[in-house]
Design a protein around this ligand. Structure first.
Ligand code: PLP
Length: 311
């Protein structure tokens, strides 16, 4: 077994610590980079093609010639998983990160050995630490709060493109953490309608139906789509609609969705309990059905990671 995980970096496999982006890269200069985060369940990547299609929508929008077709990117992703599999014992799932930029800016060509080419990186990282730290939150739910930082509307920078110009998410997270350490920000758009968290989509439950912000000023999460599929299979109506903070205050339950966490219950909003203030029946039902779809008990896995980490 290689002692270090290896990253696919511009056509080669290199030790993770040696995969370095140039200081002249457009990613660093402009945040001009698109990315993806996929995860495995039982070592199988979940909806990889969907993640890659979203990545390629970004690549097309930014007019980056990354040198790989989506089929080739899929093949090389599966190879990267294989190359690293020895580092992932049974039960330890991974996140797979894709990062693509147009590479170093032409102006700095002289300082770039090997000449200008796009930056294409794929790496695998264990989900154990992230999920171990969240294990208890599946039982208690998390606290979501509104923050002064707003979402950037799609007419300015389209959040449907998963891009690295993410300073506003970072500011929102800092603001939330200052107001209440450990809380999760939830952003609104120009009109005050709810959009998303800084790394997650948002749903609420009212009268046994699901409601989620329209797909306009948000990243249309792969997990958001998967939860909609699960809801449809369970006969649970799901509506995409403009929602306001008021709708969270008056909701029965709420939750975030994201690749790594799947479904994370939200039980408090701006210091107020949502519904009973406890994880509700709908969230439990969706977590169970989602777990059945992917073949992993989401909550049990997080608890197992927590136990193994000695947290
Ligand atoms: C801003 C934002 N919204 C939503 C999501 C959830 O998307 P997905 O379910 O594809 O992980 C993410 C994931 O990183 C995100 O960064």
């Amino acid at each position: 077994m290689a002692t270090e995980r290896r990253a696919y970096f511009n056509g080669e496999y290199v030790p993770e610590s040696e995969a370095r982006v140039s200081i002249f890269d457009s990613a660093l200069m402009f945040g001009d980079m698109v990315f993806e985060m996929t995860r495995t369940y039982n070592h199988e990547p979940f909806r990889l093609r969907e993640h890659l299609e979203r990545l390629y929508a970004g690549i097309k929008t930014l007019e980056i010639d990354c040198g790989l077709t989506v089929d080739e990117m899929e093949a090389v992703t599966l190879e990267t998983i294989d190359v690293n599999m020895d580092h992932f014992p049974e039960g330890v799932d991974m996140q797979i990160m894709h990062d693509v930029s147009r590479g170093p800016l032409p102006k700095y060509e002289m300082a770039v050995p090997g000449g200008l080419k796009p930056t294409v990186s794929i790496n695998c990282w264990p989900l154990t630490d992230d999920l171990a730290g969240l294990a208890d939150s599946y039982d208690t739910g998390v606290h979501a709060i509104t923050v002064p930082q707003q979402s950037v509307p799609s007419r300015l920078i389209d959040p449907k493109i998963k891009n690295r110009s993410r300073i506003y998410y970072q500011i929102a997270a800092m603001q939330a953490n200052k107001t209440e350490p450990g809380s999760y920000p939830i952003l609104v758009d120009d009109d005050g309608f709810l959009t998303e968290g800084t790394g997650a989509n948002f749903f609420l439950v009212k009268n046994s139906e699901l409601f989620t912000p329209e797909g306009r000023n948000i990243l249309r999460g792969v997990t958001r789509g998967a939860v909609m599929d699960v809801a449809a299979n369970q006969g649970i109506p799901c509506h995409e609609r403009n929602l306001e903070p008021y709708d969270i205050v008056t909701a029965d339950e709420a939750f975030f969705t994201s690749t790594s966490q799947a479904i994370m219950p939200v039980t408090q909003f701006n210091g107020l309990p949502i519904g009973s203030g406890k994880v509700g029946a709908m969230v439990r039902c969706l977590l169970h059905a989602f777990g059945q779809m992917v073949g992993v008990d989401i909550v049990a896995q997080a608890k197992q990671y927590k136990q193994a980490s000695g947290l």
